[in-house]
Design a binder for this molecule. Structure first.
Ligand SMILES: Cc1cc2nc3c(=O)[nH]c(=O)nc-3n(C[C@H](O)[C@H](O)[C@H](O)COP(=O)(O)OP(=O)(O)OC[C@H]3O[C@@H](n4cnc5c(N)ncnc54)[C@H](O)[C@@H]3O)c2cc1C
Length: 396
């Protein structure tokens, strides 16, 4: 028998779970499927040990979805973004610039949370919503779209008639492939290590990016761990270098990590397993198909710089919720409006993050010196500095 639903969300990653909660909280009937059941503790094998810094514009959609209320008690505010240049002959901090949120806002830039905790709280929220049916262990298989609906077949053979399909099924999106929408990918030969550290000195709510070569080494504040100050680290480098670092014994790894962090926050101790993430930029040629909206990594992937990835995804979700009306959900007019609203901003942010990543990868010394000089010049002009901060947060 065919079931009917307003929204079928393909993908129960962080973005898909947020979409299911947002549409469910807005009163729509929702089915959300994902072949991989969410891992909701930080110590379980396969746990997502990345963290997400939610920027200010992401908070309203999370609140309306009943999610922010659950996240706020665990969130660590980010008050200062510190950029450190360590591109000289020796790996030492030679220039430090602080971007303080108080220059542009009465609030912090954002709030940082572990991804495994997001999954735990998002799944708990879905349990509260009787109109949301979350089906872990079940995949989107194929679909047939018509003017009035999409007919989706799931991996257990169930057939679902949906007024709109929301593709939040990641960078290899099966829904995007089913619609034949091409994706354009830029590879940098780069990977990221994501893990947690404890450190001797408190982080003081400062998020720090250390630039030398290969990509940034970023420390983002987390709540204390076993009584010690704690931060999440994203360490980007060439693929072979990341594989070499990952294979090191713990003592040798910690020594290299402390050289790379330039001693900031004192001695860093590894406090979690290491996870490895490939780094790409990617965008889908279109964000919509008949009765279908692509969102999050199904539509766009950026390197983890400036906390743009999931925040862009929540920008997609904000637009989808704003444009949805019970009578017109999934219609061509609604989907075209979604595409028009999101594409320009996504193109701008993809280009900006791509440029920042290429600058942070630079190997040659003279170019690293030029990079430091350019950063200093931008920072020294107060209106430019404030404009960059507002753009980075998404306040404009
Ligand atoms: C190291 C690192 C650090 C980051 N830090 C930040 C940050 O601070 N701030 C920020 O905003 N962003 C950050 N990002 C980006 C952010 O983590 C991603 O945007 C986000 O996790 C991706 O979410 P997603 O739900 O789109 O994709 P995914 O997490 O990949 O979820 C896709 C889901 O689709 C499911 N799926 C696959 N096939 C099917 C199918 N056939 N049917 C149904 N479901 C299917 C998968 O099982 C998966 O659960 C970071 C990224 C990296 C790599």
């Amino acid at each position: 028998m065919r079931e009917s639903v307003d929204i079928l969300v393909s993908g129960g990653g962080v973005a898909g779970l947020a979409a299911a909660a947002a549409f469910g909280s807005a009163g729509y009937s929702v089915i959300c499927v994902d072949p991989a059941p969410p891992i909701t503790t930080g110590t379980a094998p396969g746990a997502d040990l990345r963290t997400t810094a939610f920027l200010q514009p992401s908070i309203p959609v999370l609140t309306a979805a009943g999610l922010w209320q659950r996240l706020e008690p665990h969130a660590m505010p980010l008050q200062v973004m510190r950029i450190v240049d360590a591109g000289g002959a020796e790996p030492v901090a030679r220039i430090t610039h602080d971007f303080d949120a108080s220059d542009v806002s009465a609030q912090p830039f954002g709030w940082n949370l572990p991804n495994w905790l997001l999954r735990r709280e998002f799944v708990a929220r879905l349990d509260e919503l009787p109109n949301v049916d979350f089906r872990p262990g079940i995949a989107f298989s194929r679909m047939l779209t018509r003017e009035a609906e999409a007919l989706v077949t799931l991996s257990d053979g169930a057939q679902i008639r949906a007024r709109m399909v929301v593709a939040a099924d990641g960078r290899h999106s099966p829904v995007r492939k089913a619609l034949g929408i091409p994706a354009h990918t830029t590879r940098y030969g780069q990977k990221a290590l994501a893990f947690a550290v404890t450190h001797a000195e408190p982080h003081g709510n400062v998020s720090t990016e250390v630039h030398r070569s290969g990509g940034p080494f970023t420390l983002v504040p987390l709540p204390d761990h076993q009584g010690k100050p704690c931060s999440a680290v994203v360490w980007m480098e060439t693929g072979p270098e990341i594989e070499r670092l990952r294979a090191l014994p713990r003592d040798a790894f910690e020594a290299e990590m402390n050289t790379r962090s330039c001693g900031l926050f004192g001695w860093l101790e590894q406090a979690s397993a290491l996870t490895v993430w490939p780094i790409i930029t990617q965008h889908a040629e279109r964000m919509t198909g008949q009765r279908t909206a692509l969102m999050a990594e199904a539509a766009h992937v950026v390197p983890p710089i400036g906390a743009q990835g999931l925040n862009m995804s929540l920008g997609d979700l904000t637009a989808l919720i704003d444009l949805s009306r019970p009578e017109t959900i999934g219609t061509p007019a609604m989907l075209q409006a979604y595409e028009r609203r999101r594409m320009p901003e996504i193109r701008l942010r993809l280009a900006g993050v791509d440029a920042l990543n290429r600058a942070s990868m630079i190997e040659s010394r003279p170019l690293r010196d030029a990079r430091a000089a350019a950063l200093h010049a931008l920072y020294s002009l107060a209106p430019v500095r404030k404009g960059l901060m507002q753009l980075g947060i998404g306040m404009r």
